[in-house]
Design a protein around this ligand. Structure first.
Ligand code: ATP
Ligand code: MG
Length: 283
């Protein structure tokens, strides 16, 4: 049995639960409590605030956890990043009032900067030889300059909308983050085995994201040309149709170039095209 810590509520909660669910680990949310069991997989879920996840994993209260890389870097606990999960993407940036001119990090010399990420910021200033005053505040960092608490902020940005609303502009992108799976450093072999099984399941789910399953009816003499358009994972599956001279081609394609491929296949003489969703892809 291993225990995974995930965010109890907030931006990473839903996608963490969804990833577990798609990996065949349904967490019974109706009976949600601090600790929940996961069907037939030897996994227990512990719900925590994201700030507490790196520490809980380092202490062994949880064996693994899902948390933003920004929290892992800020907390500097003794944990390993096992796998990047591709959701919860954001960056931590320095922002200043939009009327100010900016020529580089020396701008911050002697300035007061408000942040919830003092360790990351201290690191950045040290690397850039800047001596500034770091004000640690827990939330609503973006309003600090307008109420006179600080000259600048160092905070999470995703679209930048919040900055604009508060009369700020982003001047340095310091840290890129996404949700990651972390583990403690001293897991025994049985637990390591469960972790790698879990990572394989996560990978199968990730591979299927952005992929579609395509079924088309195709004249047999077009198989070669069609295979060049949609080569599939290894090669397309070809099945005979009852009507002579025709076949059914099945293939996995990336969603991003789906439309252009469909048009090219149609021009080749393909018809009866079906596009289906995919849940998992095992290599
Ligand atoms: P908690 O109550 O668990 O301490 P929180 O308020 O500290 O929650 P959230 O706002 O829920 O944290 O964000 C959790 C994580 O989601 C962040 O640390 C970051 O890794 C990620 N994230 C991704 N996009 C954003 C965004 N636009 N704003 C804030 N966090 C984001
Ligand atoms: Mg938090």
């Amino acid at each position: 049995m291993i225990r995974i810590a995930i965010q109890a509520k907030g931006r990473l909660n839903e996608e963490s639960i969804e990833l577990l669910r798609e990996s065949g680990l349904s967490v019974d949310e109706s009976k949600r409590k601090l600790l929940a069991k996961c069907g037939d997989f030897p996994l227990e879920v512990l719900y925590l605030r994201d700030d507490d996840i790196p520490g809980a994993v380092a202490m062994g209260v949880a064996d693994i956890g899902i948390v933003g890389l920004n929290e892992v870097a800020e907390k500097r606990e003794n944990v390993s990043v096992v796998h990047k999960l591709g959701f919860g993407k954001c960056r931590i940036s320095l922002a200043i009032p939009k009327s100010e001119g900016y020529e580089g990090p020396s701008y911050f010399q002697g300035k007061r900067v408000a942040t919830s990420y003092p360790a990351l910021l201290e690191n950045y200033f040290a690397e850039n030889g800047v001596k500034a005053i770091i004000h640690k505040i827990a939330g609503s960092v973006e309003v600090a300059p307008s109420v006179g608490m600080a000259d600048a902020i160092f905070d999470i940005v995703s679209s930048g909308g919040t900055l604009v609303v508060n009369g700020l502009k982003e001047v340095e992108r310091v840290f890129e983050s996404e949700a990651v799976l972390i583990s403690g450093k001293n897991l025994d072999n049985t637990k390591m085995e469960i972790v790698s099984q879990l990572v394989s399941r996560f990978e199968a789910v990730e591979r299927s994201r952005g992929m579609k399953y395509l079924l088309i009816n195709l004249p047999e003499n077009k198989i070669e040309e069609a295979s060049r358009i949609t080569p599939g994972l290894r090669s397309p599956t070809i099945l005979p149709l009852a009507q002579q001279g025709w076949c059914s081609m099945h293939v996995v394609v990336e969603e991003k170039d789906l439309w252009s491929k469909l048009e090219r296949l149609k021009n080749l003489g393909a018809e009866g095209i079906l596009v289906l969703s995919l849940d998992k892809i095992m290599p």
